[in-house]
Design a protein around this ligand. Sequence first.
Ligand code: BES
Ligand code: ZN
Ligand code: ZN
Length: 482
Amino acid sequence: MTIATANTPLSRLDADALIVPVFEGAKEERFGAAELIESGEITGKYLDLTLIHHPQGVAAKRVLLAGSGKPEKFDAPQLRRMTGAAIRFLKSKSVKKIALALDPTLANAAYVSAAVEGAILGSFEPDRYKTGQEDKKSVESFTVAIEGGSDEVAGAAERGRILAEAQNFARDLVNEPANRLTPLRMAEAAQKMAAEFQLEWEVLDREQMANLGMGALLGVAQGSAEPPALIVVRYRPQSGNGTAHLGLVGKGVTFDTGGISIKPADGMEKMKYDMAGGASMLGAMRDIAQLKPSIPVTAFVPCVENMPGSRAQRPGDIVTAMSGKTIEVINTDAEGRLILADALHYAKQQGCTHLVDAATLTGAIVVALGHLNVGLFANDDAMRDRVLAAAKAEGDRMWNMPLEDDYKDYLKSPFADIANVGGRWGGAVTAAMFLKEFAGDTPWVHLDIAGTAWIDDNKPYISKGPSGVPVRTLVRLATDWQ
Ligand code: BES
Ligand code: ZN
Ligand code: ZN
């Protein structure tokens, strides 16, 4: 889909369909819509869509009146979704050239970027392995049209395109089944992306990780015939502005059977998305390479397959992490925190001064927050505020969770320094508490995305499947860094 902006008058704008937002209670006299509004057919209710053929007074072949809800509730996230819903609707009708008419009063950078993101995210489909789709419907172009719009608009549209394409890149990776995306294949995908966008990369193999003492990560990997990989992707700014170095650490479990503490069969197929945290870090790096923040950013993605093979680790095994801490593995299904323990320590050793990790870490966060909010845990208030501000700016919902030291008692082991699970209660907090031991004093935020990385049902504005959350937040965090 090509993205463009236009400042031509709507009457002359050429398109197969022109999306026009209508608000509740507003009068729309153009296109021959007045009658439809008067009769109550069009209400402006949020995401209500009405297609008008042969609209009056415009060159476009169709006008899609897009319900935008109450004007006082309308913001960039609302526009993102509304545009996604409109695109999905028009795409299903094989419309190719689409434009959005944005009122000059809504023509700021945040709105323009959000509209482009909505269009690109909305047109993503997770069905690439369905055959017989040669005549598949796809949108050719999306234009944001603002009468009398300025150059700033074109820049914002470009930023939106970069952000959403990288988010879709992450979604494609997450959507890959585990037979096609093994740890080594994920490393290949990272290399390819890094080469395309001129990023430095490195992949550590089992032997290199063993030499570094990554016993926690390797303990998880040993149950699978697929070798593990630790992906490192580096961005360095041309001229640095200080001492911060952001580390992005993402859980890359290409499939989580649970290992010897095996999961029930029902729904296990979804565990291909247990690498969504890692994919979002690679997506963020793809963006960062293009948007060029002023601080260095390095992504670390430990990739393993958690399998119950004959060499698999057992409950009760004690492993030694790279930090030197010993861990009693009570439950082999709590594997994400084990691989992240070593990756976080390695990120610090590589010079990262600030850390963010993203991981589909616990079912408990889904119990706590449902599918709407990312669970955010931090050991540092300033770092927490930075990430929350970035999330707010990008429309990713995140909720601050507690992380007091008292929770550490839940992770006591009689045999080792720490146990990898904390019992029945507060499962998302104890998982975060475990990671905190390895983040140490480095300002760090942990994002538990188990509830938000996968969308269970189709929505009007987005397809079911991987969401690509929190790619945009991570990019905003890096590009807004002062
Ligand atoms: N990958 C899972 C967490 C998960 C659950 C992600 C549901 C997405 C949806 C993680 O490795 C896991 O199995 N966690 C266990 C931890 C428990 C053994 C302490 C869990 O949440 O049940
Ligand atoms: Zn697990
Ligand atoms: Zn897992």
